[in-house]
Design a protein around this ligand. Sequence first.
Ligand code: A2P
Length: 328
Amino acid sequence: MSKTITLHTGAPMPTIGLGTWQAQDEEELERALDSALEAGYRFIDTAYLYGNEAIVGRTVQKWLDEGKGTREELFISTKLPMMGMRPEDVPEFLGASLSNLQLDYVDLYLIHVPFGMLRHGMQNLDEIVAGEVGTGALDMETDHVAIWKALEAEVDAGRTRHIGVSNFNERQLTRVLDNCTIKPANHQIELHLYLQQPDLVAFCLERGVTVTAYSPLGSPGSKWLNTADGLQLPDLLGLPEVRELADKYSKQPAQVLLRHLIQKGLVAVPKSTNPERLRQNIDIYDFELSEAEMDTLDALDRGEEGRIIDMLLIVGVKDHPEYPWAKP
Ligand code: A2P
């Protein structure tokens, strides 16, 4: 099985990338990035909002300077934050990301979420986690098509090779597809055993939009989410069906979860800062789940009940024209 899929431009995209959400500790992330590049990761997924682009930039630059590889071998994605959700903001935010990343271009620039915040409504994710973002900070004028045109201009300017979206629902993605000159190359959504989103995935793949799964292991490190609305984080790694397959193939449960996703033609961005787990998460190309085993894992989908990252937690209001975000 190939370690890459092909985007609409013909460019390859690695099917496993390093997710960097919730990896802000500078030294820990730097070590993780070093280990990841060493272990063969060539795709790093970050975002302006994660507040760690500069660390990614520094580590990648060091790797390049040491002659360990070339820029062309890497696939770097980052995202337009919600406070940059106006067409005139796009050049500034992509410019800031490129400067943080020490790059002339990124491989993929995604619209992070389908809603916008007022320019000074919020600055970083910590404010969300701390519950400091008021509903008054929401921008009710968000125009996806106008923002998309600004993203297309960035492709033309050579500052990003591909553009895409994240956390959009089918209606929102359809509007972009129907009004674009340059197609979305990728849609990044929450996707794991308990939230498999088969309809949205089928829609994307039919329209030639590749799909990246975030929180592919069920985000077991997001302990802070436990306190929100009494949510219980799922223990996907501990499920008997997953453990049984891991035993059968002499693999770890995480490897079974990731293999299940990439065998469906998806991309996944598991996050880890542990060198051993980093290595495990990319060592999934030497075994194959049977059709029956894929079906067993497919059957564990819990639909919307399985969703962990609820965008409503971020803004707490439902009267935005683009609500519901992420959900159908
Ligand atoms: P750590 O960084 O200590 O490895 P997700 O990508 O779904 O958000 O999951 C990320 C979480 O899963 C992190 O807490 C990470 O912890 C943990 N994790 C990553 N890879 C593995 C693995 N192979 N086995 C067990 N836990 C993992």
